[in-house]
Design a binder for this molecule. Structure first.
Ligand SMILES: *Cc1c(COP(=O)(O)O)cnc(C)c1O
Length: 416
C-alpha cells in the first residue's frame, strides 16, 4: 500500500496515473494522503513536508523551500497588522536559497523525484514561458536526469543555470507559449517521452502547496487570505488543496484560506472567465499580447479553469475572488514592494502586490486579518552578487508548422 490514493478531485474516483484525467468527469487527479496529521519532519527544504508530497525519498541537493516572514515595511505602508510574505527566490539574508528565483523550483524538485521513483525510463518534456524551464534545467542538472525544454524563442534569455548544465536539451519555438505547449505535446505523446503534466501533475501542485505549509509550520495558523499572481492558476489550486489537508488535521479550524488570485489584464483569460466575458470579448490576440504585459509568464491560453478540482472550484469554495491588474498598477506595486521590503522581485509577483493593495482599498481584507502574500519570484539581482549564471543555448530552433521535422531531429540528437 502506497502513501496515498490517487483520486479524481471532482467525483472521487480512484485513478491510476498521476497525470491522467478522470474518465468520468475530466477532473484533476489529486493525492489523498494516508497521513492526516500535519507533521513536518527534520529534513531539508520542502522535503520536511514529505508526508504530503507524492514521493518516498528526497535529493538533498534539491528542494529549496519558500521562506515566510512577517512584513513590517509593506505592512506599515498598507496599515496591516498581520501581513506575512512567502518569498520564493534568492535572498540569503532571509534564508531564501532558490537559485532559479521563482516558485517553479517547488514544482520541479518533487516532479523529478517522483519520476525517478516511478522507475520509468522516459525523458521528461516540459513547455515553458521561461521560469518553469529554468527551474527544471537547474534541478535536472543537479539530479543528472535528462529533460527536454520547449521555450518560445523570445523567452530564451530567461534560461540559465547556476551550475554546469546537465542533460538539458533546449528547443526554441518560433511562436508563443501556446505553440511551445503544442509542440511539446506532440513529442511527449511518443514512446520514450513523458509530458510533465502541468496542473494535472500532483507533484507540481503539492510542491507549490508547501508555500502554505511553511507558513503554518512557522506561525501556527491557517491565514485568512492568500494573494498570488496566476497564469494557469495551478498555485491557487495547490494552496486550496493544502488548506483542506490542514483542515483535515483538525487543529487549524474549518475555514479554508480565502484565495485572492490576480491576472495581468488585458491578457487575462482566467479573470475574463471569472467576470463572465465571452471568448469574443477577450481581446487578447494570438501573438501581440504577451510582449505588452507586465510579465508574460502570466499568460496561459488554456488554464484549468472549469475542470473539476480546477481554479473555479478552488476560488468559489474558498469564497475567494480573481483580480484584473493592469500594467501601470503592477509597475507601481513593484516599486512600492521593492522599496519597502528591500529585495528585487519578478514582475509577475508585483501583480499579486497590486491585488493586495486593491483589496485593502476596497475593504476585502481587514487590517487585523492574517494575510499571506506569495512573492512567487525574486532575488535575480541579489543572486548576481553571489553567483555567476550560465546561459543555456538553444539546441534546436523550430517552427510550429514544422513539427514532423522537429521530432525527427530531436530523436536523432537523443539517439545519436
Ligand atoms: C508561473 C508563475 C506564476 C503563476 O503561477 P500559476 O502556475 O499560475 O499558479 C506566478 N509568478 C511567477 C514568478 C511564475 O513563474
Amino acid at each position: 500500500m502506497g502513501k496515498y490514493t490517487l483520486r479524481c478531485a471532482g467525483c472521487g474516483n480512484v485513478l491510476s496515473d498521476t497525470i491522467t484525467s478522470c474518465p468520468m468527469d475530466g477532473g484533476l487527479p489529486r493525492a489523498d494522503y494516508l497521513k492526516r496529521r500535519f507533521n513536518p519532519r527534520e529534513l531539508p527544504g520542502i522535503w520536511s513536508f514529505i508526508d504530503w508530497l507524492p514521493v518516498d525519498g528526497w535529493n538533498p541537493g534539491t528542494g529549496a523551500s519558500s521562506v515566510t516572514y512577517k512584513s513590517s515595511g509593506l505592512a506599515d505602508e498598507l496599515g496591516l497588522n498581520n501581513l506575512y510574505i512567502s518569498f520564493s527566490g534568492y535572498w540569503p539574508e532571509r534564508g531564501a536559497q532558490m537559485r532559479t528565483c521563482s516558485f517553479k523550483e517547488l514544482e520541479a524538485a518533487p516532479t523529478m523525484q517522483m519520476l525517478l521513483e516511478s522507475g520509468v525510463k522516459e525523458i521528461l518534456v516540459v513547455a515553458s514561458a521561461g521560469n518553469t524551464a529554468r527551474a527544471f534545467a537547474e534541478v535536472c542538472s543537479i539530479t543528472g536526469q535528462p529533460v527536454i525544454l520547449f521555450v518560445p524563442t523570445q523567452s530564451l534569455d530567461r534560461l540559465w543555470t547556476t551550475i554546469e548544465p546537465g542533460r538539458v536539451l533546449v528547443v526554441g519555438v518560433d511562436g508563443d507559449y501556446a505553440d511551445a505547449i503544442k509542440l511539446a505535446g506532440v513529442l511527449s505523446s511518443r514512446t520514450g517521452f513523458r509530458p510533465e503534466g502541468g496542473a494535472r501533475n500532483i507533484a507540481r501542485r503539492d510542491g507549490m502547496g508547501t508555500v502554505l505549509l511553511d507558513h503554518v509550520r512557522r506561525f501556527g495558523s491557517l491565514p485568512d487570505h492568500y494573494f498570488q499572481a496566476i497564469g494557469s492558476g495551478t498555485g491557487g489550486i495547490a494552496v486550496w488543496e493544502a488548506s483542506m489537508r490542514l483542515i483535515g488535521d483538525g487543529r487549524f479550524g474549518c475555514t479554508p484560506t480565502r484565495l485572492h488570485l490576480a491576472q495581468n489584464i488585458p491578457c487575462a483569460p482566467v479573470h475574463a472567465m471569472w467576470i463572465g466575458l465571452s471568448p469574443e470579448e477577450m481581446n487578447f490576440d494570438a501573438h501581440g499580447c504577451p510582449e505588452g504585459m507586465h510579465d508574460d509568464v502570466l499568460f496561459n491560453r488554456n488554464p484549468p479553469y472549469a475542470v473539476p478540482g480546477g481554479v473555479r472550484d478552488a476560488v468559489i469554495s474558498s469564497s475567494g475572488r480573481i483580480y484584473g491588474i493592469d500594467n501601470a498598477r503592477a509597475a507601481s506595486a513593484q516599486k512600492l514592494f521593492e522599496g519597502r521590503e528591500g529585495i528585487d522581485i519578478l514582475p509577475a509577483a508585483a501583480v499579486a502586490v497590486a491585488a493586495l493593495i486593491e483589496a485593502v482599498g476596497s475593504g476585502a481584507v481587514g487590517r487585523d486579518d492574517e494575510i499571506l502574500l506569495n512573492i512567487t519570484g525574486g532575488g535575480v539581482k541579489r543572486l548576481a552578487e553571489d553567483h555567476s549564471r550560465i546561459r543555456l543555448e538553444c539546441d534546436i530552433r523550430v517552427d510550429v508548422e514544422d513539427s514532423a521535422n522537429v521530432l525527427s531531429s530531436i530523436e536523432e540528437m537523443i539517439y545519436a
